[in-house]
Every structure is written in structure tokens, then in C-alpha cells.
Design a protein around this ligand. Sequence first.
Ligand SMILES: CCCCC/C=C\CCC/C=C/CC(=O)SCCNC(=O)CCNC(=O)[C@H](O)C(C)(C)COP(=O)(O)OP(=O)(O)OC[C@H]1O[C@@H](n2cnc3c(N)ncnc32)[C@H](O)[C@@H]1OP(=O)(O)O
Length: 278
Amino acid sequence: MISFLMRRTIPRCRAYSSQTTSELTKVEVNEKTGVAVVTLNRPPVNGLNVAALRSLEKVIGDLETNKCKGLILSSSSKNIFCAGLDLTEIYKPDQEKLKSLWTAFQDLWIKLYGASFPTTAALNGHAIAGGCVLALSCDYRVMVPNSSIGLNETELGISPTAWIIASMQNVLSKRSVELALLQGRIYKTNQALEIGLIDEIANDKDETIKKCEEFIAKYSRVQSLAFSLTKRELRGKAISELTSNRQGDLQFFVDSINNPSVQKFLEKYLQSLKSKKN
Ligand SMILES: CCCCC/C=C\CCC/C=C/CC(=O)SCCNC(=O)CCNC(=O)[C@H](O)C(C)(C)COP(=O)(O)OP(=O)(O)OC[C@H]1O[C@@H](n2cnc3c(N)ncnc32)[C@H](O)[C@@H]1OP(=O)(O)O
């Protein structure tokens, strides 16, 4: 359990206190503001396996319980926010693990997209596929230059499900969503800003966090209850639709991944990622 001790006398530079929940997700809470920096920590690329997804979900649940004032989602990697689902878990998958993976991703999205407090993504690097979904689930995105963000699922041979489309529609124009998803397009930082996929550019990781703090501070005069009820009104439909069709959504994912042409693509894709270094 994360405890929130408000010691207003703590100097600014020492305000964040480390409260590690698990090695996979580090949590630091600013004791002055009640804002939590949650850092994804699964090197090398923060690939999302079941443990990483569950760890982040638990942290968000704890932050809800403790009436967190805001969340800044960050990464311990130098140049990668999150490379999406762990590809090694979806290539030649164990069927039970595959189901657990998608169920954990659904659970995490429901908590993050529906969080009752302001949420931000401090994108200190690439945010691809599932990594982009995490960013889209937040209320605000700040990214460093020369990074990439987008949903490349159609390139992988699969189609995004309704709740993922809803997350993108929440942020982009209808036209931009169509282009982004149908082309499986990955955007560079400046292109992402142009279409509204991110909200701001920052020079480095520290500045992404500072800009996220500034965004969250804008809510200091907003009543928490009014904030959460309004957010629920705005986002509740997409969440209810997934909640009432979790099994169908899971089956769609499992069938998509088990499709032989998707497996064939994944084999080549993984090889191409590995051979980049040679
Ligand atoms: C599949 C889906 C679903 C159906 C449902 C529909 C919609 C769902 C939408 C949300 C769901 C999304 C599913 C996914 O998230 S699938 C994951 C897709 N991710 C990617 O395509 C990203 C692939 N990675 C990259 O493009 C690059 O690695 C990078 C992130 C740009 C970073 O580049 P770089 O800094 O050059 O690092 P490397 O490429 O050398 O990578 C280092 C190391 O990490 C391995 N790796 C990279 N990505 C993954 C990954 N996602 N999972 C597991 N491992 C990964 C890479 O192979 C290298 O390994 P070695 O060091 O051993 O060579």
C-alpha cells in the first residue's frame, strides 16, 4: 500500500519520496502535491508481459485508494517509453498465458482510462502499439524530440479493438484516427504534435515530468468529485462497452494472434528487430 504523508516543510528537491511497489513499476509520491510519478521499469524496452501489466494495474488501484492528486507515467529507459506488448509472449504463444496477457491489458486500460484523478504520460522515448495505448489512456501527453508513437497493429496483420479505437478517438479527429489506424502509422514527435497525438514537446525527460506537473496543477481548483464524475460521463461508455463484452474481445485477440499469417509475420518481425544490431 502506498502511503501519502503530506509533510509541507520538505524542500522542493526532496519532495518526491521513493515508494517502490515492485521492481517492474516504481512509484514516487510528491509529498507536497500528492502527485505520483510511476515509472515503468522492465528493460530493455518496457515490453508489457502479464507481470508488468498487473504491477501497473495494482499501482493505479493503490493510487485510487489513496486519493492520489495526479499521475505522471514515465519510464526508466533512456529512450523508450514502452514498446507495447511483449512480442515474445504473442509469438508461438502458450494459450493460457495469451489469455492472461489480454485480460491483464483490459484490466489495466479500464483502471487507467477511467482513473478518477488527472493522468499524464511523460514520454521520454518511443511509445509503440500497447505503449501508445498507455499514453492515449492518460489525459495529457508530453514527448521528447526524435521519438515515435503510434498504433502499428494493421502492419502486424491485426485490427485494433473498439476500446483502443475509442482511446484514439478521444484524442484525435475522426479523419486522423482513420489515417493513423488504417495505415498502421507511426508518427515522429513533431508529426504527433501536429495531429494532436501528443500535447507538448519537452527537451528531455526532466522537462516532460515538469510539464506534466504543470498540467496536473491546473486542476488544483477543481473539485475531485466533479472531476471524476465528469470524466466518467465522458469515458464511461467505452469502458462499459468493454466490460459487457470482455469475453468477445478476448476471443477476438486470441483468434487474431493465432492466425497463421500473423504468426508468420511476427516471426519475421522479431527477426528483423534482432538483426538490426548486426
Ligand atoms: C498484437 C495485437 C492485437 C490485436 C488487438 C488489436 C489492437 C491492439 C492495440 C494494442 C495492442 C498492441 C499489441 C502490441 O503492443 S504488439 C507490440 C508491438 N510493438 C512494436 O511493434 C515495437 C517493436 N519495437 C521497436 O519498434 C523498437 O524496439 C523500438 C521500441 C522503436 C526501440 O528501438 P531500439 O532502441 O533500436 O531497440 P531495439 O529495437 O534494438 O530493441 C531492444 C531489444 O528489445 C526487443 N524488443 C523490442 N520491442 C519488443 C517488444 N514489443 N517485445 C519484446 N521485445 C522487444 C528487441 O528485439 C531487442 O532485443 P535484443 O536485444 O534481444 O535484440
